[in-house]
Ligand binder design. Sequence first.
Ligand SMILES: [Zn+2]
Length: 97
Amino acid sequence: MKKVPMRKCIGCNVSKPKRELYRIVRDKEGNMHFDPTGRKNGRGAYTCPNLDCVDMMRKARKLEKEFKVHIDNEVYDRLVEEIKEYIEKHGGGAIGQ
Ligand SMILES: [Zn+2]
């Protein structure tokens, strides 16, 4: 059996298979993007595909802890919006990859 890569959700701190999580990527210019394909270059942080974990990530400023940089509220707002939009369109759940 192939080993499934596991990642920890920064919202609820539960480890899950990487492809069941949403990825947020920080590129080398320091820009943060929601990365639904999981394939963008940069350092990644992961969250469960549900709004509870996304809200928790925002409230507890988990991305700052993960990437060890200051992140503006607008950046959090934009990421949360992008993820919410994606969940609305795709109904959440695993990412097809
Ligand atoms: Zn979670």
